[in-house]
Design a protein around this ligand. Structure first.
Ligand SMILES: [Zn+2]
Length: 178
């Protein structure tokens, strides 16, 4: 088991063959796209990942990620603290073709090289775990007005932001049009 200061570059095949478990933390600032999506990117993402090769030969990474982030509440526009906790089940592949064969219970991750940055494996998972529209619980919110009316506005924003391309949707469509 690898702990503490985590290696930046890993060889998923090697780790899977050795059934290595990696537990520790990575800096939020080492995840530039995730850091861009939150306020005051600071602190660490705690992770606990088990690498293994399943019966079908897929290189699998299973485990959890957790981090507390700050977002802007879209109702009162004040800071909200949100604990994110992600359970991931990834299958690592080296070609788009191979991604089509990945069973539905895994999220395929396509990597270009033998080695991959640990941060590249987990960054998309964290980004996808962020709410499309962040809002406090009503009891915590500083908004003074009609919550239902304001949430209606929020839903409009939601439809415009959800058109953002989701890499996993692209993969899902690859998997179905065989
Ligand atoms: Zn609020």
């Amino acid at each position: 088991m690898l702990t503490g200061q985590l290696p930046i570059s890993i060889n998923p095949r090697k780790l899977a063959h050795a059934e290595t478990r990696i537990a520790g933390s990575i800096l939020v600032t080492d995840l530039p796209r995730f850091a861009e999506a939150i306020i005051d990117p600071e602190g660490e993402v705690a992770l606990d990942l088990q690498f293994l090769q399943d019966e079908e030969g897929f290189y699998v990474v299973q485990g959890s990620l957790s981090v507390e982030v700050k977002l802007t509440c879209q109702r009162c526009l004040q800071v909200m603290h949100l604990p994110l906790s992600v359970t991931c089940s990834l299958a690592i592949v080296w070609h788009e073709e191979a991604a089509k064969a990945v069973p539905a219970h895994y999220d395929p991750v396509i990597v270009a090289e033998t080695n991959v940055a640990l941060t590249d494996l987990v960054e998309d998972e964290l980004i996808l775990a962020l709410p499309i529209v962040a809002r406090h619980e009503q009891t915590d919110c500083h908004f003074e007005g009609n919550f239902e009316a304001s949430d209606q506005d929020g839903d409009n924003t939601e439809s415009s932001t959800s058109s953002k391309e989701n890499p996993f949707q692209v993969l899902a469509s690859l998997k179905t049009d065989t």
